[in-house]
Design a protein around this ligand. Sequence first.
Ligand code: BJW
Length: 291
Amino acid sequence: EPQISQESIASFHEHLGKSKRILALLGAGLSASSGLPTFRGKGGLWRTHQSMSLATPGAFNEDPGLVWQFYSYRRHMSLQAKPNPAHYALAALAEKIPGFQTLSQNVDGLSPRAKHPPKQLQLLHGSLFDLKCADRHCGYIREDYTDPIVPALAIPTSGADLTSNETREQDISDVSVSIPKLKHHELPQCPKCKKALLRPGVVWFGENLPFTVLETVDDYLASREKIDLMLVIGTSAKVHPAAGYIDKARQRGARVAVINTDENDRPPRGWNDGDWFFCGDAAQILPELLK
Ligand code: BJW
């Protein structure tokens, strides 16, 4: 079993120093110390809903108002959050090593905001800040950082405090705050086909990952040059095809380093000789590891 120690940090540094082609798989744990909840484990509940059960095309078809409120809340939280030292350390590594490619499962926009070079950042699961037509035959898509997108999606505020004149945003992740039932016409509408709703440009279960992203990753993996190192950061590595890239990198020669707070979250097919496991907060460990 890989262990964290001064010795393992030294051996990692030695290998990193020789590495030219590096792949990283990023997950929600990378943004945890920026204050954004993860999907599985204790952050994985939005009110009474399991986050995973809202991230499906079926949930959106059944109750687009509920799913939109979940995503509007996540957009709002992501815009309030700031990239942490791990996002910046990865962006700096990308600047330094042209053969470093980052596969992010995160949709929160924090890596782009840390100025991670876009050509070295593949957003496997899309972005909260892409809006696309829910009818895929229409094809409309735009980048959009407005918050809220439509007035009905504004975070409700609690009644004005008469002494201070201030209103406070209610925490709509709190179960005791009632969720308004939104009407279809109050939700974001597609300006192109004028028929369907807009939806978040993220990848839900059962949907394909963005074609150009898959193509870029496949090209990287198909290169005859070996991959030296695979970094697996803050992900439970349970969702495919993302998690499958760990083994693909191994097959291309990569040694694997996992950075995670939970020692039970191991790569899908377990540990290999020569793997590293650095247990702890990515925001603390990565700047140390990648310097
Ligand atoms: C810290 C930390 C700190 C905490 N520091 N660490 C092959 C086998 C089996 C199934 C499939 C397969 N191929 C396809 C499937 C089906 C499905 C799938 O994978 N199912 C599995 C769950 C079994 N995959 C798909 O449907 C994909 N589409 C696809 O393959 O299309 C073709 C196809 C379709 C149908 C059948 C077959 C093929 C699409 C997957 C899309 C996933 N989308 C989501 C939602 C995005 C939108 C949104 O954000 O709402 O993406 S699901 C959710 O999980 C989100 C995440 O990106 C993703 C991964 O989660 P992540 O990042 O790992 O988060 P957590 O919470 O799980 O883990 C956090 C980790 O951080 C933990 O380990 C903590 O310990 C750690 N941590 N704090 C360091 N401070």
